[in-house]
Design a protein around this ligand. Structure first.
Ligand code: SIN
Length: 310
């Protein structure tokens, strides 16, 4: 009598670039067992950016999956939330009845989400429902750079120096840059005093040790990092300018080309990212986004779940 083999588990297919892998045969709409979650964490620790194709995810299921990684952030703008689900935000260039349905220009330059927050972000979980295309070609990639590899390549003297430094990160830097650029012209109001007060500038170490991999990484980004603390601008500006150019070199990059049904999970501690704005107003993109903070991932029990740090 033929015997059945072990049930096929999820498989990891690396992108072949510095970051990125596809995870097949894992249904994120169903609660993950601890084993399955540990598998995802291990893959994330190795590859930094994971794509789960062909998913069908309600906002509730997206939030439940995302919440496994940490506390969910409600975006400071308070806008474009899924009704009844404020921690799920809509990113879209679509307009209905003359009104934008989502934040139209989210993340359209290099940055790290929430580096301006005292508790930094661990992961983003984006779910694509509409992907822009032109002549059959997919547009609106999300690009990533690997800050562990970028750190490894720095001269030892600079690594040692950065290890003693902190830098200030300010939410308003990116928000105002997008407003000045025109953005989508509709979805970014000037921040109110109350919103500013909720997101005051914060200092972060310039070198972090990743809680899952144990690797050191450069923690600075062009979107939010404004100055190195305790340094005159004449010294801080060129050093940041050098790091911003260093960290986006092609050798550190991976570009995710979206398909409808993709869930993209990425590690904000290890990566910086950029949403490529190469599509027009009539080329519709609609993505739901959750963000989990790094409140759990620095706890030893969490790393133990992933069983990756020696
Ligand atoms: C983001 O920066 O969170 C948005 C990325 C994207 O829409 O591709």
């Amino acid at each position: 009598m033929p015997t059945a083999g072990p049930p096929a588990g999820p498989t990891v297919t690396p992108s072949g670039d510095a970051l990125g892998a596809r995870i097949s045969d894992l249904d994120l709409a169903r609660p993950l067992t601890d084993d399955a979650f540990g598998f995802v964490l291990r893959a994330l620790g190795v590859h930094g950016v994971l794509c789960f194709p062909d998913q069908t995810l309600s906002p509730e299921a997206q939030a439940a999956f995302s919440r496994r990684f940490g506390e969910l952030e409600v975006h400071v703008s308070g806008a474009f939330q899924v009704p009844g689900q404020p921690e799920v935000m809509i990113l879209s260039n679509m307009v209905e009845d003359g009104k934008p349905v989502g934040l139209g220009d989210a993340g359209q330059d290099w940055h790290t989400d929430m580096s301006f927050s005292r508790t930094i972000a661990f992961v983003n979980v984006l779910y694509a429902l509409k992907v822009p295309r032109r002549d059959g070609r997919v547009l609106g990639n999300t690009e990533f750079c690997d800050m562990a590899a970028a750190y490894d390549d720095l001269p030892g003297e600079m690594q040692a120096r950065l290890g003693t430094l902190t830098a200030t990160h300010d939410f308003e830097k990116f928000w105002e840059m997008m407003r000045a650029r025109g953005g989508d012209g509709t979805s970014r109001a000037k921040l109110t005093e109350a919103q500013r007060a909720r997101k005051p500038p914060v200092s972060q170490k310039m070198v972090l040790t990743h809680p899952l991999s144990g690797r050191k990484l450069l923690y600075a980004n062009p979107g939010y990092t404004v100055r190195i603390d305790g340094m005159p601008a004449a010294e801080s500006d060129p050093l940041l300018g050098f790091l911003f150019a260093h960290q986006v070199q092609p050798k550190y990059r991976y570009a995710h080309r979206w398909a409808e049904g993709d869930v993209l999970l990425w590690d904000n501690i290890r990566t910086i990212h950029n949403a490529v704005a190469d599509y027009g107003a009539d080329e519709h993109r609609y993505v739901r986004r959750c963000q989990a903070m790094a409140d759990l991932v620095f706890q030893p029990e969490f790393a133990a779940l992933a069983d990756v740090v020696g």
